[in-house]
Design a protein around this ligand. Sequence first.
Ligand SMILES: C[S@@+](CC[C@H](N)C(=O)[O-])C[C@H]1O[C@@H](n2cnc3c(N)ncnc32)[C@H](O)[C@@H]1O
Length: 458
Amino acid sequence: MLPLAFYNPASTFTGIDSSQAELGRARLGAECLGLENIQFILKDVRDLGPADLAPSDYVIAHGLYSWVPADAREAILAYCGDSLKPNGLAYISYNAQPGWAIRGLVREALMRDRTVREAPVEEKARRAIALAGRLIEDLPSQDYAHAVLLAEELERVRDGKPFYVFHEYLAEVNEGFWLRDFVEDARRHALDYVCDAQFCRWEGHVPSELRAALAQRALDYVEQEEAADLLGDRYFRASILCRADARRSDTTHQEILEEVYIATSLGAVSDPFDLREGVVEQFEGQGIAGKEPPTITIDASITKAAVVLLSAQWPFGLLLDALCAKATEMLTTNGCEVLAGVRLQLGNDLCTLFEAGQVDFCLWEPAHQAEILEYPQAHALARFEAEHREALTTPYHLPIPFEPGAMAFVRDLDGSRSREELRQAFGAELVDQTLPILSRWGLLENATPGIKGSAWKH
Ligand SMILES: C[S@@+](CC[C@H](N)C(=O)[O-])C[C@H]1O[C@@H](n2cnc3c(N)ncnc32)[C@H](O)[C@@H]1O
């Protein structure tokens, strides 16, 4: 919540948690950052009363719903139902069936093991990690389907960080839900299902052919989603709810495309780069923190030109008309044929890239300047996170991981030293590599008051 409050000073935020320690850390963060738009309530969700309700545009419950007992889940839904404004949205993430089935099985096996069961609480995760390693070695064969599934899940434990392993596999409560059950519970609290927030993440991406095939069957929206979950082995959901009486309209991505700034950080990999129609070019995509960035291939010349243009001006975007005109001009300048229907082709490709999480659609342009000042300064949040976390959160709420050396540099980047002085202190290579990344991701304080106040919609 701290990055949200930092980047959106015109909005107010309330954090609710039953843990004194967690709220203590959050309060300290808010104090360090001088945030005046954030407040905290130390309470169990089950004890929230009318005095704790504030009409809200958004309610976010991340990493909570699956981990609390049924009465607390009811309380979360009741809170959303009671506090959302008429057009408000709630985001609730949870472990989803059917993918949860195999994770739940491994969780049970780990919890049943005597070495884990009898270990003191601070030792349990380490014992579970060791056990997972042994079990993988003991698997008699990976030639059958169950072993493949099991091995994949056990590797996740073996390679996981202890706090994650504890939270996911050893926490007292952890349950997975089918979408329909979740939606029915939400409906009992005068809420309704809108969509999922993570449709563009790999665990929620439904290929367009499957989407089309499911649309042919006599299924309602939730049934279609559940069928896709089954076929795609979905194990996590971040569902968006609205009030049951909210005014709804079915806007397609194509319609949204006409209104938004389109931006992307996709970078062309090939050098030289071939713009000609049908020639496949590779782009390095935006990965999830800790994972290798995906490779994206594009062969339509109009889309290749558009992505190259957008990448050069990231994080600033362009409206579709301007983008199409510029991309067409680029093709002409480079002697490439401009085919009929390029605008439609570009629109379709951009929607596909958006659904794959590689393109942002934004209602506003970011307010920060990309220029690197002579006396560069990382903004307060970046310096705070460089001290307390392993990643820096961008205005687009993406955590960007940095090496420890770069984090030490960011901690010290308070505007008191010139670029040359910084090179001498931290080495030219580190400084020259890190400053453009900080600038590109909106993590520098600029002469023109920056990102604060920018409002982005993904
Ligand atoms: C996994 S953390 C997620 C925190 C935060 N939403 C995030 O994404 O970083 C779960 C948090 O829920 C809190 N929590 C668990 N049960 C709760 C309850 N019944 N009422 C209020 N908070 C609870 C825990 O103290 C913990 O801080």
